[in-house]
Ligand binder design. Sequence first.
Ligand SMILES: NC(=O)CC(=O)C(=O)O
Length: 275
Amino acid sequence: MKDFKMAICQMTVTDNKDKNINKAYSMIKEAAQNGAKLIALGEMFNCPYDGSYFPKFAESLPDGKTYNMLKACSKELDVYIIGGSIPELHGEVIYNTSCVFDKEGKLIAKHRKMHLFDVELNSGLTFKESSYLGKGNDIVVFDTEYCKIGLAICYDIRFPELSRLLTLKGAEVIVIPAAFNMTTGPAHWEILLRTRALDNQVYMVGASPARDVSASYVAYGNSLVVSPWGDIMSRAKEGEEIIYANLQGSLVKKTRDELPLLKHIRKDIYEIIIK
Ligand SMILES: NC(=O)CC(=O)C(=O)O
């Protein structure tokens, strides 16, 4: 892993897709002008996080306004872009999908949210993603010129096996485009990111949309970058904001050398099996 500067664009998502795409472009451009080499967006950055919008905002890949903007933008600005997520139409099914582009505008990875957020919380918050979305099945790790990155989306972070599998596949950084809410965000967001960082001795990057209290689903914001030691390196507030972090190439190895957790796994007793 090498040293590099990254950014999270925590943007406000509206019910106007073109406006969202333009906003993402302008924030990515600002982050690139400020020296970020890898730029991440939040979950459903082109579409309100509300199932009733998904069919109208969905795009068939590899095409569509959002996809084409990210592709062109990564090439124009010479940056890697982790394109948060968007509703992807594939056949009859919509997926919650994250696309990653390299500096030449090439699609180098795609992750479809694997665990769907079907919950009824005491606070009154209910969400049933499975009414609108299909499940992804792939464990996605990809290479960049700086490091190996594992990709998962929002609720996926709650399943420690997935982050562990990403780590065992070589991830040094795990990026989570996410939209936690005003119930689970304050209670769990930071703890989950710091715990996964500590479990796996990786950088954890949690990229959220900005909070919009007029939306049907209110995102928590508070995008975070956590070091392999569990320290918070950078944290957004609730509003629209770009945050930056300088990731240190040697820190993953240093942490794992000092505290060799991955070497101490009792593989003779237990293992995680991929089916
Ligand atoms: N929105 C999600 O997918 C997950 C979430 O908000 C949570 O786990 O809490």
